[in-house]
Design a protein around this ligand. Structure first.
Ligand code: UGA
Length: 442
């Protein structure tokens, strides 16, 4: 049964909620539910994260999250425990927000989810509702039902659509709420948790709900590969990608959102979910060629940026020093998982370059992290750019626009900038003597 009509949701009553896992999805979900008035217990077994949370500190960089966490704790509506079994003891709703990393085959690895379900099954209150927030393959609601093995407990799918960097705002003002279950009453009760939001509610079966999440991310990834491909075409035919985006974006059917050309798309979701969708389709005997093309086009885009840097360096990367601005997969987050900036930096190193990198969320203390071990990390952008042959701007941190490029110019070995986010102003940089290369820009 399915309905796209806004559900007649009454003002939400106060509910007891447990959230298992305080990661990029779990923590915003928990603090926003407590902000909505519900009584929430978060279970986080990682000692470092647990200690930080108890002190009202957010383990992730996310605007507004720490303030809301502190408010939740001081209001008494938000509690943090280590043990999932303790968190669920009196909960009416249990959100599973654990990691579903990509396995070798490209499909999602459900071992954390199954372990979380197993650890709570014997401790759930009668009639509790389990909510799968993690992005999971089709049929996972059924898997969790089997692991839980209790007829009094309903399991529903409620995919999350928040973006890192605006997680709190997205959770407070969702564009839609999707809930899928064979138990419609349970699905409606989950939608009621967000009852004070104006978002339309889509209630459907569990598989469709699970597929909605993959289809959303695959659509976004395909849109990005499309615009990155158009930007490359602009370079070949002497057109301008910035004006092109304006020219097509005013068409409401196309829109401006997700239309900024860049170094390729990354993060913990789009790459993983597109691969998982290809794998889901393959298991159904279907070759989802358009999504495979989006994935292949994304790798091409990252390679194109490496090539632009090689050309800007005078034809070789061997022995060159490249100053990299930005390492997170996008601005306003410290997340570097599947970051195009890291991917590109490591290719530069493989080609014999030295990479001096700065990111506002990376401190000198982080330099030993595995993904950074081949890079030279600096705590100051001017220092990172000193004596470089090319500056590569790879993440669109707004503070990079404010840098004093006249000062930068004095310290570099060669004045060349590759702006993989089209963030900077080419005219003024050229005026300062830099060669400027953007993405699809004249
Ligand atoms: C994505 C989706 O946007 C969310 O709706 C979804 O909930 C989330 O995945 C998830 O599955 O949990 P997120 O991974 O936070 O969110 O990142 P996005 O904002 O989607 O950005 C993804 C990549 O696309 C980044 O590398 C970003 O720099 C790039 N991008 C985005 C562009 O290059 N251009 C754009 O115009 C937009």
């Amino acid at each position: 049964m399915s309905s796209t009509d806004p559900a007649p949701v009454p003002k939400a009553g106060i509910r007891r909620v447990a959230v298992i896992g305080a990661g990029y999805v779990g923590l915003p979900t928990a603090v926003v539910l407590s902000h909505r008035g519900h009584v929430v217990t978060i279970a986080e077994h990682d000692e470092t994260k647990f200690d930080m949370l108890c002190r009202g500190r957010s383990p992730i960089v996310e605007q507004g999250l720490e303030k809301m966490l502190e408010d939740g704790i001081s209001s008494g509506r938000l509690r943090i425990v280590r043990d999932a079994a303790e968190a669920v003891a009196d909960a009416e709703f249990v959100f599973l927000c654990v990691e579903t990393p990509q396995s070798e085959s490209g499909s999602a690895d459900l071992s954390h989810l199954a372990a979380a379900a197993d650890s709570v099954s014997g401790h759930l209150a009668r009639g509790a509702i389990i909510v799968n927030k993690s992005t999971v393959p089709l049929g996972t609601v059924g898997l969790v039902e089997r692991v839980i093995g209790r007829s009094d407990v309903a399991v529903v799918s409620n995919p999350e659509f928040l973006r890192e960097g605006s997680a709190v705002a997205d959770s407070l003002n969702p564009e839609r709420i999707v809930v899928g279950s064979s138990d419609r009453a349970a699905a409606v009760r989950v939608a009621d948790l967000f009852g004070d939001s104006d978002a339309p509610v889509v209630i459907t079966d569990a598989r469709t709900s699970e597929l909605i999440k993959y289809a959303s991310n695959a659509f976004l990834a395909t849109k990005l590969t499309f615009i990155n491909t158009m930007a490359s075409l602009c370079e070949r035919v002497g057109a301008d990608s910035v004006d092109l985006v304006h020219g097509i974006g005013y068409d409401k059917r196309i829109g401006f959102e997700f239309l900024r050309p860049g170094p390729g798309w990354g993060g913990s979701c789009l790459p993983k979910d597109t691969s998982a969708l290809v794998s889901i389709a393959k298991s159904a005997g279907f070759d989802i060629e358009i999504v495979r093309a989006a994935i292949a086009g994304n790798e091409e885009q990252m390679n194109r940026v490496v090539e632009k840097i090689r050309v800007a360096a005078g034809g070789t990367l061997d022995g060159m020093t490249i100053g990299v601005l930005g390492l997170s997969f996008k601005a306003k987050t410290d997340d570097r998982r599947n970051s195009p900036a890291i991917w590109i930096s490591l290719r530069l190193v493989e080609h014999g370059a030295t990479v001096r990198a700065f990111d506002p969320t990376v401190s000198l203390g982080d330099a030993s992290a595995t993904d950074l071990s081949h890079l030279e990390i600096f705590g100051d952008p001017y220092e990172a750019m000193r004596s470089t042959h090319v500056i590569a701007l790879l993440t669109e941190w707004p503070e990079f626009e404010q840098l004093d490029f006249a000062r930068v110019r004095e310290g570099v070995a060669n004045a060349a900038i590759v702006d993989a986010r089209n963030l900077l102003e080419p005219v003024s940089l050229r005026h300062l003597g830099f060669t400027y290369t953007g993405i699809g820009r004249q």
